[in-house]
Write a protein that binds this ligand. Structure first.
Ligand code: PLP
Length: 456
């Protein structure tokens, strides 16, 4: 068989890919016809594909390459740890230095009394851990009926049975018999699409109160936890109205419901603080982490637990864990990545400089005829495409035709942006410069112009 390297022609790589590689969230037959884009390397915010295009990565990979591509320190951290101890487990009363150091560092960085880390290999795994954890938290205190977890429609919490059940994606629930029992979904705080005639503030309160109504319906003694992303990511970068989170926090406190903040996207500087919970003023009992934890250089995730939760779980044997929980190479790389984020003050830079800069530049796109709303939170952004701004109208079905076209025009202009239906979203690496933000916005505008021309 031919040796498969970077040097093979694109068409050959694409043919082999189509023959043997099943991609996530992809219609394989459709992809085989078009051929997958082959990405060869990255540097800073830039990717190079097999055709030699230099592409501005407006999505930081999959919301994860917070420190940017090409960090030699991270390659060295991985190599050094592989030489020293490539693997050992953390079961059966053993531990190792990278897991100890990473857990201690996370306890230092996490807000409040979130001081205890249970490691996983990904965000999905960590949310599966959370399901078992919160249910066991109540059972261990003599409340075995407090088992239901409330989540939100259009939330994304991963792709495992548990993660996808917590998530509120109808297309995922339609396959494989989901959601699993004991998970209830309430409405999302997406004012543009669902707020009707209400003000954003009134709508934020109304959507928070749906949580309270669900708790009343189920009975407080049956509800274990509420899980949510501080800012929904995969659902379309939905920044909630300012009234939403304070009301949710009040409701969780009043009814003794654990609050799980899924920080897989919003963690590690994305919103201008270390964690989205700080930006939104939340006091979670558990935070889910992954992605930016290692800037995607190694697969690693986890759950950070409060003292209260850890004390209860620590009082029993929790029959749960993964071979790769706290994997030493992943932990060493994550630790080196956190050092970069800290030394370069990337969360602070997003909060003070690049976040506000993006917010101003992005708001400039709101004058485009296709754009109904241009929103950001730190270095997350969304453009809502609409055929009629004033009416907050949606395009005729099938939803997403305009979004898909816009995504393709972005790619034709060497920019990666993603679409969720007719909403265009970005989350660039946190190292993006102001000049690169200008470039991103200029390319997005060109893509919008070309999309509009194609729709006429
Ligand atoms: N939670 C959130 C908020 C996410 O955005 C994601 C992935 O996009 C996950 C969980 C799942 O993480 P993973 O893909 O690492 O399993």
């Amino acid at each position: 068989m031919t040796r498969i390297t970077n040097h093979l022609p694109t068409a050959e790589l694409q043919a082999l890919d189509a023959a043997h590689h099943m991609h996530p969230f992809t219609h394989a037959a459709g992809l085989a016809q078009k051929g997958a884009r082959v990405i060869l390397r990255g540097e800073g915010c830039w990717l190079t594909d097999s055709e030699g295009h230099r592409i501005l990565d407006g999505m930081a990979g999959l919301w994860c390459v917070n420190a940017g591509y090409g960090r030699e320190e991270l390659a060295q951290a991985a190599a050094a740890q592989m030489r020293e101890l490539p693997f050992y487990n953390t079961f059966f009363q053993t531990t190792h230095v990278p897991a100890i150091a990473l857990a201690a560092k996370l306890a230092e960085l996490a807000p409040g009394n979130l001081n205890h880390v249970f490691f996983a290999g990904s965000g999905s795994e960590a949310n599966d851990t959370n399901i078992r954890l919160v249910r066991q938290f109540w059972a261990a205190q003599g409340k075995p009926d407090k088992q239901v977890i409330i989540s939100r429609r259009n939330a994304y919490h991963g792709s495992t049975m548990g993660g996808a059940s917590l998530g509120g994606m109808a297309a995922m629930h339609a396959q494989g018999g989901l959601p699993i029992p004991g998970i209830v979904h309430v409405g999302q705080p997406h004012w543009w699409a669902e707020g009707g005639e209400m003000t954003p503030e009134a709508f934020g309160i109304a959507r928070a109160r749906e949580l309270e109504a669900a708790i009343a319906d189920l009975g407080e003694d049956r509800v274990a936890a509420f899980i949510a992303e501080p800012v929904q990511g995969a659902g379309g970068v939905i920044v909630p109205p300012a009234s939403y989170w304070p009301e949710v926090q009040r409701i969780c406190d009043a009814h003794d419901i654990l609050l799980i903040a899924d920080e897989v996207i919003t963690g590690f500087g994305r919103t201008g603080n270390w964690f989205g919970s700080q930006t939104m003023g939340l006091r979670p009992d558990i935070m889910t982490i992954a992605k930016g934890l290692s800037s995607g250089y190694q697969p690693i995730g986890g759950s950070i637990l409060s003292d209260r939760v850890a004390e209860v779980i620590g009082g029993i044997e929790f029959n749960h864990g993964y071979t790769y929980s706290g994997h030493p190479v992943a932990a060493a790389v994550a630790l080196a990545n956190l050092r970069i984020l800290e030394d370069e003050d990337l969360p602070g830079r997003v909060g003070r400089i690049t976040g506000p800069y993006l917010a101003r530049a992005w708001a400039g796109l709101a004058d485009h005829p296709l754009v109904g709303a241009a929103e950001t939170c730190g270095l997350m952004g969304a453009l809502q495409l609409t055929p009629d701004k004033a009416a907050r109208a949606r395009f005729a079905a099938p939803e997403g035709t305009a979004g898909l076209r816009a995504r393709e025009r972005c790619f034709a202009n060497d920019l990666v942006m993603r679409h969720v239906g007719d909403r265009m979203i970005i989350a660039p690496p946190l190292v993006i410069s102001e000049d690169e933000v200008d470039m991103l916005v200029a390319r997005a505008r060109t893509a919008l112009d070309e999309t509009l021309a194609g729709l006429r």
